[in-house]
Ligand binder design. Structure first.
Ligand SMILES: Cc1cc2nc3c(=O)[nH]c(=O)nc-3n(C[C@H](O)[C@H](O)[C@H](O)COP(=O)(O)OP(=O)(O)OC[C@H]3O[C@@H](n4cnc5c(N)ncnc54)[C@H](O)[C@@H]3O)c2cc1C
Length: 439
């Protein structure tokens, strides 16, 4: 007799959904989380003593095209709000600053349209969300985004804008992230890059905290925080999990819902093989630098994009009495230390030189031992090599997480998709065993 039917490791959206569903269907579930909080790579908390909370991690959701997010929102009646519509702009392309709402000069409009068509047409080759992304006939897209885009020639503003867009959305340099993964998100927006540019505009009115607490609140799993899993022994008839504090738990099945970039910190016996061991070694490449800045002297909501700037995208997310609360994304850990306030303030000024930066804040996800990176961004070649294998259960072990999703890999929706799949697999495994050997 094992201690539990199932142990779920990780209390982000994937693990929390799986723990909820398995516990609600009658399994004895132990839910282990390393941090002192739930939510994982989402974290809604107060910004710099302002009394106003912001998202330090995952933020935007798109329920019109994200079915798993929609299901959670409907189930718990979660309210969304729109990001403000920008009224002032700052683009840095071709080393020039422009305050025009649209940064592409008229002489390039045809090329810009051609670029969008090139992206949309290739995105349409993907059977989005139906199966893992490593689909037959897509090998030519699993190269770096830069290589994919530069198969055609582009004038300078068009090229810099599109590459900057790719880098802030993926938190990775365009030379280091798979075009196939980027194109899959365009595919998710019904094969429309413009749909993508404009469609990421809604966030939880009361933060992702409310969403994750709603899921966990309904769960009947036994949740233990501050419990770091260090070892997993998976055998033919049971799995043993050991923690940093020396505890030991057994179960009939285990769901590992921790980020890919942390897998190498857990010792598996027998060792992981194939796609799992390769991804644990190579890691995914997402290393966004997300920052928040309170800008005192900005009247209207701002929106800016830069190609050579350290922050690639900067926008007003809230207008509070003290000023504009702006969110920014860079794509290189080495380029900006998010914990260095002076460096962050200076980086904000690269896009908005007049900014009176009152306060900044950020979480260093790339140095966080339980994330070791930001959101999923496959390296060139990894999608075709590993995305299918990452969904194959290993006996009584199943892996889950946004990083492994078929559709929205890198989003909260992908975490929910993957948690749902893992729970269903384990449910089937446990039920089939009960049918063979009635308890
Ligand atoms: C800066 C940033 C911005 C983002 N923006 C968006 C966005 O706008 N929209 C969107 O949809 N998504 C966004 N994402 C991505 C989204 O937040 C994640 O894809 C999603 O939350 C991941 O959920 P998960 O459950 O797969 O993993 P996680 O949330 O990472 O959960 C895994 C859990 O496992 C725990 N863990 C790790 N190791 C161990 C261990 N050894 N033992 C026990 N527990 C362990 C971790 O502490 C964590 O709680 C963003 C992410 C970041 C970091």
């Amino acid at each position: 007799m094992t201690d539990y039917d199932v142990i779920v490791i990780g209390a982000g959206f994937a693990g929390s959904l799986a723990a909820r569903d398995l516990s609600l269907s009658g399994s004895r579930v132990l839910h282990l989380e390393a941090r002192d909080r739930i939510g994982g790579r989402t974290w809604y908390k107060e910004f710099a003593d302002t009394g106003h909370s912001v998202e330090f991690g995952g933020t935007w959701v798109c329920p019109d095209v994200q079915p798993h997010v929609k299901a959670v929102n409907d189930r718990y009646g979660l309210e969304l709000v729109d990001s403000p519509m920008p009224q002032s702009f700052g683009y840095v392309l071709n080393n020039e600053m422009s305050a025009s709402p649209f940064p592409i000069p008229m002489t390039e409009w045809c090329d810009f349209e051609r670029a969008l068509t090139y992206i949309d047409t290739n995105a349409a080759r993907i059977r989005f969300g139906e199966e893992p992304l490593g689909q037959e006939g897509l090998d030519d897209l699993d190269v770096s985004f830069e290589e994919f885009f530069d198969r055609k020639s582009w004038p300078v503003y068009t090229r810099e804008f599109i590459l900057a867009w790719a880098s802030f959305y993926f938190g990775a340099k365009p030379s280091e992230v798979s075009a196939l993964h980027i194109l899959s998100w365009v595919a998710g927006f019904e094969n429309s890059a413009v749909g993508f540019f404009t469609g990421v505009s809604q966030k939880y009115a009361h933060g992702t905290k409310q969403a994750i607490e709603a899921i966990t609140g309904e769960s009947r799993a036994e949740l233990r925080l501050q419990t770091v899993v260090t070892e997993i022994d998976h055998e033919a008839d049971s799995v043993t999990v050991r923690t940093r504090a020396g505890e030991k738990f057994t179960a009939r099945a285990v769901i590992v819902a921790t980020p890919i970039n942390t897998w190498s910190d857990i010792e598996f016996d027998p060792k992981l093989e194939g796609a799992y061991s390769e991804m644990a070694k190579e890691k995914q490449t997402g290393e966004s630098t997300k920052i928040w800045a309170l800008v005192g002297n900005q009247e209207t909501p701002f929106y800016g994009v830069g190609s050579s700037t350290r922050i690639k995208w900067l926008a007003t997310e809230y207008q509070i009495p003290q000023g504009n609360l702006m969110c920014g994304f860079g794509c290189e850990e080495a380029a900006l230390d998010v914990e260095d306030s002076d460096a962050v303030a200076a980086a904000v000024k690269e896009l908005l030189p007049s900014a009176d930066v009152i306060a900044v804040d950020a979480h260093a996800w790339n140095r966080d031992e339980f994330a070791n990176g930001t959101w999923m961004a496959y390296r060139p070649g990894q999608v075709m090599a590993y995305s299918r294998g990452l969904q194959e259960p290993v006996g009584r072990l199943v892996f889950a997480g946004s990083d492994l999703a078929s559709g929205w890999a890198g989003w909260m929706d992908g975490a929910l998709e993957s948690g749902d799949r893992a729970a269903k697999y384990v449910q089937t495994l446990l039920t089939s065993e009960l049918e063979v050997k009635p308890a």
